[in-house]
Design a protein around this ligand. Structure first.
Ligand code: SF4
Length: 373
């Protein structure tokens, strides 16, 4: 097996649920945090690995945990004598981490922060149900820099209710002025089972038209390029050598292990996952550990290789596909590749296949054609 493996740790708690969010995270469950962290620490201690290429603590809002809970988490990582990974990221929300907590993370070995800002305008933050203001974000960012964090991502969203093109321009421009190393820009998707879904269907919120959203997307691409950010994935931009190593593990179908509720693992073609339900995870962890385990079929692995790999701007390596699956990519996907190369949605360049600009715009429908019947 590959000796490279990454670790994902899930903290499912948020101070309050954002109105658009369908992630496995929960508001108003602070009472369970202490017990959850104890179970999570046992899970970490039980891992058979102690060397990780990257570590990512995500959520939810990991920084919603109290310092004493972070101590427990740190202790479990120390117990494993985990060597310093190449990248150790923590997701962080403004309003949940003061200087003391940031310093604790720094001393724990965290070397990358991913801050959820989403929008620059107070009214838009409020519409989204975010718990923080722009000023709280600015304070967090300033503190993080002062403490010495030199690798920071800022998460942004466009296509938001009541968001104008000018709002989006302002958001991007103000964020770029702060010179973060990495910027993620996601277009809002109204997901079922979120308050936004009902609000949208009842006409309570109105989102920008497709045309407006396309304009925002085009501005993002041009502006970030002009400012020295390289688009390396459909929704992610980074300064030189600052791509998120952990996310590349997912997109390159490399091995990773997930701890905590709803965390998924992928090791040598086998997938495992823990229960989404926090209480069930805490109850069953000691007996069951991973509640689902299945081996991906070769076909499913090939599909994932294509879906995930094509999210990267440089796409997939033909050689890597052929070596991994011991089959020529053209025997499996020749028809679909040729079709999209001919009409300019895919580009075939020596060893690589990637989406063109217009291919990215319809990436979802192109990816569907990589499903093997
Ligand atoms: S903070 Fe993040 S995980 Fe929590 S509800 Fe908001 S979007 Fe979802």
């Amino acid at each position: 097996m590959s000796n490279k493996i990454s670790l994902y740790i899930h903290i499912p708690f948020c101070k309050k649920k954002c109105l658009y969010c369908d992630f496995p995270s929960y508001g108003n469950m602070e009472n369970s945090m202490n017990e959850y962290v104890k179970v999570l620490s046992e899970e970490i201690k039980s891992l058979e690995y102690n060397k990780f290429n990257t570590i990512f603590i995500g959520g939810g809002t990991p920084t919603f945990l109290l310092l004493k809970e972070w101590e427990v988490l740190k202790e479990s990582l120390n117990y494993k004598l985990i060597k310093e990974p190449a990248e150790f990221t923590v997701e962080i929300n403004p309003g949940t981490a003061d200087k003391e907590k940031l310093l604790f993370l720094k001393n724990m070995g965290v070397n990358r922060l991913s801050i959820g800002l989403q929008a620059w305008q107070e009214n838009l933050l409020k519409n989204l149900g975010r718990i923080h203001s722009k000023n709280e974000f600015l304070e967090l960012y300033k503190n993080a820099r002062e403490i010495g964090f030199d690798n920071i991502n800022i998460d942004l969203m466009y296509g938001l209710p009541s968001q104008s093109f000018e709002n989006w321009k302002e958001t991007l421009k103000e964020v770029v002025l702060l010179e973060p190393e990495h910027i993620s820009c996601y277009s809002l998707i109204i997901e079922e089972n979120t308050p936004f879904y009902n609000m949208y269907n009842k006409g309570v919120i109105k989102i920008p038209s497709e045309e407006e959203e396309r304009k925002m997307n085009e501005f993002t691409i041009t502006y970030l390029k002009e400012k020295g950010y390289d688009r390396y994935e459909i929704s992610n931009w980074a300064k030189k050598d600052k791509e998120c190593k952990h996310n590349l593990v997912y997109w390159e179908l490399e091995n990773y292990i997930g701890c905590g509720s709803s965390a998924h693992s992928y090791i040598n073609g086998s997938r495992f996952s823990n229960s989404d339900d926090i209480k069930e995870y805490m109850k069953n962890f000691f007996q069951l550990n991973k509640n689902e385990k299945y081996k991906n079929s070769i076909e499913a692995d090939m599909e994932e290789f294509m879906f995930l790999g094509l999210r990267k701007i440089k796409g997939i390596s033909i050689k890597k596909f052929n070596e991994k699956f011991k089959k020529s990519i053209f025997d499996i996907y020749g028809n679909v590749i040729n079709k999209y190369v001919e009409n300019g949605y895919l580009i075939l360049n020596e060893d690589r296949i990637f989406l063109s600009e217009k291919g990215i715009e319809i990436s979802n429908s192109i990816m569907c054609e990589f499903i093997i019947n």
